[in-house]
Design a binder for this molecule. Sequence first.
Ligand SMILES: Nc1ncnc2c1ncn2[C@@H]1O[C@H](COP(=O)(O)OP(=O)(O)O)[C@@H](O)[C@H]1O
Ligand SMILES: CC(=O)OP(=O)(O)O
Ligand SMILES: [Mg+2]
Length: 421
Amino acid sequence: MNWAGGSMRCSHCVLSCCTGWLILPRPEVATSMCTDGDQDMHILAINAGSATLKFGVFDPASAMPVIESTIDHPAVDAAAFDEIKQQVRSSGVTSLNAIGHRVAHGGPFLREAAFVDAKVEHEIDQAAALAPQHNPVALAGIRIARERWPGVRHVAVFDTAFHAGMPEHASCYAVPQSWRAVGVRRFGFHGLSHQSVLAAVSSALMRPPSELRIVSCHIGNGASVCAIDRGRSVDTSMGMTALEGLVMGTRSGDLDPGVPGYVARTLGLSLVQIEAALYSDSGLKALSGVGSDLREIESRARDGHAAAQMALQVHAYRVRKYIGAYAAAMGGCDAVAFTGVAGENSPTLRCRILDGLEFLGLHLDEERNRAFSPASEVSQLQASRSSVAVLAVRAREQWVIAHETARVLNGALSAEHEIDE
Ligand SMILES: Nc1ncnc2c1ncn2[C@@H]1O[C@H](COP(=O)(O)OP(=O)(O)O)[C@@H](O)[C@H]1O
Ligand SMILES: CC(=O)OP(=O)(O)O
Ligand SMILES: [Mg+2]
């Protein structure tokens, strides 16, 4: 295997021209060719989201997972890890080189993937107030995994890292200096997903990241849009917390900052109650009245359920506004990409969102849109007359976690090697 400069390089992988960026091996050539005779490496990647727990075992030299699976509830507990361990065992993997954990918020100091030690654990814990639905769960996962696989190294991989270089005009809130001094600023999330969209779009369009202005839309239970300008996140819809931006399964997204004060005074709600309502009882769940699952809401809307139809319109309108705003932020847009479980699986969602963006030169091909299956990894969905590419991309967060974990592991191994010499 070719490891250079602490990041993975392989002559058979796509995007090898884009040194320094995530390189996704093409499935048809990656398996075995990239290993160059070295022993297989097995990395378990764990991605605890707000609605689902996804995991996979990867050999970082291969695009194909050894196993990849989703547990359809967000609980990260002993039972979930029994299930993971059992699936790892039945896949034939007998030992793991490392375990990578997705951690949503790295706080102000953790700007890249790192081994989990006491200091890193402390920072993840400190950032829990900024990601209350995610960081405590990730920490719980790290602690259970440490018990289940003693002796294996654990790496934390952060959603916020991809946005760490966001320009100040996008990361800054216009609030008093004393607030900014205690860390009130925008961070952004879903970085692993947006990072893999960048690689997939670049590969599909056969253009390097340095030539592309991409609006990446990650839509699952949590959802965010990212403006990726020539390889760099220059803005994203989530901010200091994962509450800002799009309408989500149970989260409100953007809100007039005057609302919390108003409902506190008129409804007598405490800050804790307001926060809980904005995280867990808002979004599609509040608007539709039939729960937070987009599949169910789309089905009810088809049957004429008025609140479900309204919820879908508000949801799509918010995404559409961000696409327009980010095209303006980047001075144009070459590609709009959809990823995340809902973004990949729902052609009607993509259609609703893009309806009205023809002024950008963006035209969807209905047939291609309907035909996309996440099994095909990435597909172009634009009509031939469209000057903006439209893509659906299978989210590869677990793969990015494994890739980053391997990078940290190999960095440490080569440092140990240098010391030995
Ligand atoms: N086929 C589908 N069509 C539309 N939405 C879907 C489909 N399958 C799942 N979803 C939505 O995706 C959500 C789960 O998204 P996911 O990205 O796994 O969640 P998380 O935010 O926990 O990472 C579900 O709650 C559901 O609303
Ligand atoms: C940050 C976030 O909302 O993540 P998820 O979509 O996995 O819940
Ligand atoms: Mg997720």
